[in-house]
Ligand binder design. Structure first.
Ligand SMILES: [Zn+2]
Ligand SMILES: [Zn+2]
Length: 195
C-alpha cells in the first residue's frame, strides 16, 4: 500500500504534470513512490511526458554535428577537427551512439544518399573532408576516367595483360594512369597470404 499523500504533495504532483514533467522528475523532487507519479498521470488524464534529451545525446542532427567538426580552409577544402580512429587514423564522429566516417557523411551531405564502397577525397589536399571533394567507388571511377581522357591516358585495350576484360576491371589512379582492378586484388591477396 503506497503512503497516503498530503494535499500539498498531491497539488505539487498535479502542478508538475501540468508543466510536462516526467515521472522520474516528479519522483526525484517529491521522493514519492515509483508508481505514484504514473498513477496520478493516468488519473488526471496526462499522456506520457516528452523525454528530455539525455546529456550525452546531442540535440544536433548528424549533418549539424559534422559541420561543427569540419573547418573550411583555403580553396574550398575542409579539414577535420574531430576524432581519428586510433589504429587506422580514419576520421570519424559519433552521433547518437553510432560511429560514422567523416567522409561518408560529407558524401551524403552533397549527394543525399549513402556512398557505395569506400569514400576518398579526390582533391590534392591531404585529409580533406569537403563534400565537393569526396567520391564513393562509382563516383571515383567516373571522375578518374574523365581525368584520364583529358590527359590522354585512357586505355583503348579490351583486356589487361592477364586477360581480364577492361570494361569491367579497368580503373585509373589519381593521375589518370590505367590499372586492372582484378590484377590489383590478386596482388593484394598474394601479399596478404605471404605476409
Ligand atoms: Zn578538398
Ligand atoms: Zn588484370
Amino acid at each position: 500500500m503506497p503512503q497516503p499523500l498530503t494535499p500539498a504533495t498531491r497539488a505539487r504532483i498535479a502542478e508538475l504534470l501540468a508543466q510536462g514533467a516526467t515521472n522520474k522528475a516528479i519522483r526525484r523532487e517529491l521522493g514519492v513512490d515509483k508508481t505514484t507519479a504514473a498513477r496520478y498521470r493516468a488519473r488526471l488524464g496526462y499522456g506520457p511526458a516528452k523525454q528530455p534529451t539525455p546529456a550525452n545525446k546531442s540535440p544536433l542532427t548528424l549533418t549539424e554535428k559534422w559541420h561543427t567538426l569540419a573547418r573550411p580552409v583555403e580553396g574550398g577544402h575542409m579539414e577535420w577537427t574531430g576524432r581519428h580512429r586510433l589504429n587506422s587514423g580514419t576520421m570519424v564522429l559519433t552521433h547518437h551512439g553510432r560511429e560514422y566516417t567523416a567522409r561518408a557523411v560529407a558524401f551524403r551531405i552533397r549527394t543525399g544518399r549513402d556512398p557505395i564502397g569506400r569514400v576518398t577525397a579526390e582533391c590534392d589536399r591531404p585529409g580533406c573532408v569537403a563534400p565537393q571533394c569526396v567520391e564513393d567507388d562509382p563516383g571515383r571511377a567516373r571522375h578518374r576516367a574523365q581525368f584520364a581522357a583529358l590527359v590522354g591516358r585512357a586505355t583503348l585495350l579490351t583486356e589487361c595483360t592477364a586477360g581480364h576484360p577492361t570494361a569491367v576491371h579497368r580503373r585509373y589512379d589519381r593521375d589518370g594512369r590505367p590499372y586492372c582492378a582484378a590484377c590489383h586484388a590478386l596482388r593484394d591477396a598474394r601479399r596478404r597470404a605471404t605476409a
